[in-house]
Design a protein around this ligand. Structure first.
Ligand SMILES: [Fe+2]
Length: 286
């Protein structure tokens, strides 16, 4: 069985965080990672931790160094899917490669984590015309190179369930979850349709992970699970615990903090935590 943690949006170096759904505490990251290390041990150990992006608030050597030092204390391999805030410098990809190569396999932003139970494809979507650089626009998309790479990786090991990780979500939060009139924080139609085309072409793709919205969600489309995770440094400090074996794909949401501290939780944004059905998943694999 393969077990891994999916977390995101730690915004190292933010003073304070800009976009937040719940009160954010990026300066408490070392303390939160200590709590996560203990929780991972209590769960029996994890094979790796996957960060869904916005590890840092801005791509500087100082932030990347601080993030690398904080996550090294986990004692578990950590892999990163670069988010828009990790790409705020024109040479951001090179900064990451030089200062924190341990977050990537094979020295590129795109790579596959292959275990005996699952193939996880990490593909940081682009935001602007210049690849691996985010300035002001948000047009979530994969480049032709990324799509060609993804197709060739998805073709390998059709016997395994596959997972795709991008920083952008594929779905907005459904009105049934938020109580609002329209999907919340939805990406552009182009990005969703690109991912749907991949899912329709490759039935081995079973799980698509995203971040960026700082909210937990789970939407199923044609047998594929689309999951996003809330910000690890926002109250109540949640991560996804994912287990995959030859017969089963399961996901739970682990909470390291509480929603009970007065002033530390916004009940009007409780949809960020999601309903029970948004927080867990149990699927039999064929
Ligand atoms: Fe983001």
């Amino acid at each position: 069985m393969t077990r891994f943690v999916f977390l995101a949006d730690t915004h190292v170096g933010a003073r304070p965080m800009g976009y937040q759904q719940q009160p954010g505490h990026p300066a408490r990251l070392p303390e939160l990672l200590n709590a996560l290390r203990e929780r991972i041990a209590a769960e029996g150990g994890a094979d790796f931790v996957l960060h869904g992006g916005d590890l840092t608030d801005a791509a500087t050597e100082e932030n990347i160094g601080a993030a690398a030092a904080a996550f090294a204390a986990l004692g578990v391999p950590v892999r990163l899917c670069l988010g828009n805030h990790d790409l705020t410098a024109p040479d951001a990809a090179e900064l990451w490669r030089k200062n924190a190569p341990e977050f990537f396999a094979g020295g590129r932003p795109e790579y596959t984590i292959l275990t005996p139970d699952i193939a996880v494809h990490v593909a940081p979507n682009h935001w602007c015309e210049q690849p691996y650089f985010w300035k002001d626009r948000q047009r979530e998309h994969f480049s032709e190179d990324q799509l060609a790479w993804l197709r060739s990786e998805l073709r390998r090991r059709p016997d395994l369930p596959h997972t795709l990780v991008a920083h952008s979500p594929v779905f907005g939060l459904p009105p049934e979850q938020t109580g609002l009139d329209a999907p919340l924080h939805a990406p552009g139609v182009e990005f969703a349709e690109t991912v749907f085309a991949l899912a329709d072409e490759f039935p081995q793709l079973r799980l698509v992970l995203g971040a960026h919205n700082h909210m937990n969600s789970r939407v199923e489309r044609r047998g594929v699970q689309y999951v996003t995770v809330s910000s690890f440094v926002e109250t109540p400090f949640e991560v996804k615990w994912i287990e995959v074996s030859s017969a089963r794909l399961a996901m739970r949401t682990l909470r390291l903090g509480t929603t009970e501290s007065p002033g530390e939780y916004r009940p009007d944004h409780a949809y960020a935590q999601g309903r029970d059905q948004d927080r867990a998943l149990e699927t039999r694999l064929p």
